[in-house]
Design a protein around this ligand. Sequence first.
Ligand code: PGA
Length: 246
Amino acid sequence: MKYTYVANWKMNLTYNESISFCTNKQQLKQLGSNAAQVILCPSFVALAPIVEMLKNSSVFIGAQNCSEYEKGAYTGEVSAQSLSEVGITHCIVGHSERRILYSETTETLVKKIDLLHRYNITPIICVGETKDHFTNKATFTVLTEQLKPIIKNVEQQKNKVLIIAYEPIWSIGTGIVPENTYLEEVFAWITKLLHSQLPEHAIQLLYGGSITATNIKQLKSIQNINGFLIGGASTDFKEFESIIQP
Ligand code: PGA
């Protein structure tokens, strides 16, 4: 089983910290293997230098967001085309922090996914329910609302690659990881939905939320999980390395 490991550094690492994470690290360059696809997602300013530093390595570089517009007068935005010109292969979109703090909607998310595909960048699409939704047993309603427009948008386009990251919002940065039985149920449900609706697409499913070197083993025992989206624990090289190579 080849797992995907996505490091979402958010705004936790500065430019200098991001560069020093990648400096003189032969072990980092070799993290990708037959058993692991590794994708580092630094902030925008660190993308180009890190692509350069890690060229000829087994590690992919992803962005944390992109504009929903192709080009034009959108001050402060970064286009999918620019990302592809820099050598970016993946891009996180729809992270709950963007949805909640920057009011991003599923409508803009769908436009971003389209543009990323147009520029051959694999979108890493985040979905997940709040604590309230979880408590009220509304997880599948929320996931349906989040996934249906995405499915509708890509179903006519054949053979697209999609990475879907299920991240319960109540687990992000809280140290709380859902019970295995709950994750088994959620991942079985998402797998069934996506395989029936998008049979011709290459889809990987990730789990994200408070992953550490300590709980990764337990998470790997869950069926239908193809990889992990790691926030806080990915900013420490030793911890990130031991998540990938326990
Ligand atoms: P965390 O973040 O690992 O720090 O909980 C995960 C994420 O937001 O992608």
